[in-house]
Design a protein around this ligand. Structure first.
Ligand code: SF4
Ligand code: SF4
Length: 264
């Protein structure tokens, strides 16, 4: 089962959602998710909204995602980019989490020679690991560098049992062997088998959505800067947010129609 680090317990869910006058966004998004999952898949339109004013650059989302998807070294689905803005001495840093944009018109899809990458009816751009031949055309086509290649590396590569024993090598070995549950399948990483040798990327934690859970990054964000939901639902929190005047998307001029929105 996927890790449920920041999920609400049944007991918590039974409690009234209000904190003072306000409802915690996680509670509202959980309710939004539950409503969306009752609809046919082609009537959902998943979007993510990231409030750059709230992101503190802690990378909890990055780590949560790595753990959830058992990502190997060099494969990070949700890096947090840093940008310096202003002119010295009046400068500040801004943090920009960058998952796959789940483009409505995804350049990564038509270049795949074996149709291993495709857009699902709910808009999530997915990879069929069984079909992927690892040619990496999609990595080149993605304007956001959101795709990575799983070259089969392990965190313990190059270590020896003696010294890293001090660092909990045995526990790390257990972690390396745990399966990822992307696309609803238990993927163990064995040499010569998927997902080793495949393109990989964020898929909005589609396996968690199926289990009624929000994407890992949304639940682990300590700044409550990440929002997720169905923009086809006018009652959903994300529908309110993407109607904000300060909303923007990355590289909109390319016509990719990203489904990740930023509030700046
Ligand atoms: S790496 Fe896999 S998903 Fe990407 S274009 Fe090649 S076959 Fe398709
Ligand atoms: S961000 Fe890149 S990988 Fe994701 S859907 Fe768009 S083109 Fe494809």
């Amino acid at each position: 089962m996927p890790i449920q680090s920041a999920e609400l317990t049944l007991e918590q869910e039974a409690q009234p959602a209000a904190i003072g006058e306000r409802q915690d966004p996680l509670v509202r998004m959980q309710e939004d998710l539950r409503r969306a999952m009752k609809k046919p898949i082609d009537q959902r339109r998943w979007v993510m909204v990231i409030d750059l004013r709230k992101c503190v650059g802690c990378s909890a989302c990055t780590i949560g995602c790595v753990v959830e998807n058992k990502l190997p070294p060099g494969v990070v689905y949700r890096p947090v980019l840093e940008e310096e803005i202003g002119t010295y001495p009046n400068v500040t840093r801004r943090f920009i989490p960058r998952p796959c944009m789940q483009c409505d018109d995804p350049p990564c899809v038509p270049v795949c020679p074996v149709n291993a990458t495709y857009k699902r009816p709910d808009g999530i751009v997915a990879i069929n690991y069984d079909d992927c031949i690892g040619c990496r055309y999609c990595l080149v086509a993605c304007p956001y560098s959101a795709r990575l290649f799983d070259a089969g590396r392990q965190y313990l590569d190059g270590t020896t049992p003696a010294i890293p024993a001090l660092l909990g090598r045995d526990k790390a070995m257990v972690y390396e062997k745990l399966p990822a549950y992307e696309y609803g399948h238990a993927w163990e990483r064995h040499e010569g088998e998927s997902p080793i040798g495949n393109a990989r990327k964020c898929q909005f934690c589609s396996h968690r959505l199926e289990a009624g859970m929000l994407p890992m990054c949304a639940t682990t964000c300590i700044g409550r800067a990440t929002y997720f939901g169905d923009s086809n639902d006018p009652e959903a929190l994300v529908s309110d947010l993407i109607a904000s005047p300060n909303v923007m998307r990355l590289k909109e001029e390319m016509g990719t129609q990203p489904k990740v929105y930023y509030l700046a």
